[in-house]
Design a protein around this ligand. Structure first.
Ligand SMILES: [Zn+2]
Ligand SMILES: [Zn+2]
Length: 287
């Protein structure tokens, strides 16, 4: 399944899959845990973990069609990027082909929203043409927060120092970039909310249409197991304590709002509801 689509009021949200990886030892992403810790949460099986407590994760972009606009959130790893993470390094995915299969075209995108500037959230903003990194979404305004731009330019991405040069500088040079506030109202039912901790200027995206609401998480949580275990930090969280506080605040808010919650790295069934479960929460995916 490479394309999934949900409706929120009169808005449609389409997931374009780059890759889903199954049977990952959870300690690769959650260093203080084991597969046995994950396996205690039986509701994760089979959509989010296997019976042995190994997790699945995906990289996907979301296309949000609302009020005549076509907005892209977090355009994945991209092709041909040299990256420290082995399973992202110099890959060739049929991502743009899947984009076309979903009835979309890069020049239909008018806005690109980045929850943050890790390498797996900016990749398709550029692609190689005649040996140069050039913009892919040539008619889109690409939105960045000032803190994320500064963090990325200073080499914030662990183990790789050319994310800014390859994936962001060409957008700035082409005049396609806008710096926006971390709580920016993007108009037409789209609004950013600061969700710091994973990275300094991390934001999440609220979507409202006809009285219905959705929340695109970004990386304030990575996997549904963190609904039950919000204290589990992810290996890439820069400020673990702040990330924990953000997770608890946002999980509470998502549950209270009954918003359609879309986990940016959630595998298999990434959209659903956050519901209270004792002192924590659980994720109930849309069927
Ligand atoms: Zn990240
Ligand atoms: Zn990520």
């Amino acid at each position: 399944m490479t394309t999934q689509r949900w409706t929120v009021g009169r808005c449609t949200i389409t997931s374009i899959l780059e890759e889903q990886i199954e049977h990952i030892p959870p300690e690769m992403f959650f260093p203080d845990t084991t597969a046995a810790d994950v396996a205690r949460h039986a509701w994760l099986v089979p959509d989010f973990a296997d019976g042995e407590g190994r997790i699945a994760l995906r990289v996907q972009a979301l296309v949000i069609e609302i009020g005549g606009r076509t907005v892209l959130s977090d355009p994945c790893v991209g092709n041909g990027k040299r990256l420290a993470v082995a399973f992202w390094n110099e890959r060739e995915w049929p991502f743009l082909e899947r984009f076309a299969d979903a009835g979309l075209a890069p020049d239909r995108i008018d806005t690109v929203v980045h929850t943050h500037l890790h390498a797996d959230h900016v990749g398709w903003d550029t692609h190689l043409a005649d040996g140069r990194w050039v913009p892919t979404f040539t008619r889109a305004r690409h939105l960045y927060t000032a803190r994320e731009l500064a963090w990325c330019e200073a080499g914030g991405n662990p183990g790789v120092d050319h994310v800014h040069e390859q994936s962001i500088a060409p957008i700035l040079a082409a005049g396609l970039a806008d710096v926006v506030a971390e709580d920016a109202d993007l108009g037409g039912g789209l609004r950013l909310e600061p969700t710091p901790g994973h990275t300094p200027g991390h934001v999440s995206l609220w979507i409202e249409s006809d009285g219905e609401t959705a929340l695109v998480s970004g990386d304030f949580l990575h996997h549904p197991v963190q609904c039950a275990e919000p204290a589990w930090h992810e290996a890439g969280d820069e400020d673990r304590e702040l990330a924990r506080t953000t997770r608890r605040t946002m999980l509470g808010r998502a549950a209270a709002s009954c918003a359609l919650f879309i986990g940016t790295h959630f595998p298999s069934r990434p959209a659903g509801r956050i519901v209270a479960d004792g002192a924590a929460w659980r994720f109930v995916p849309e069927r």
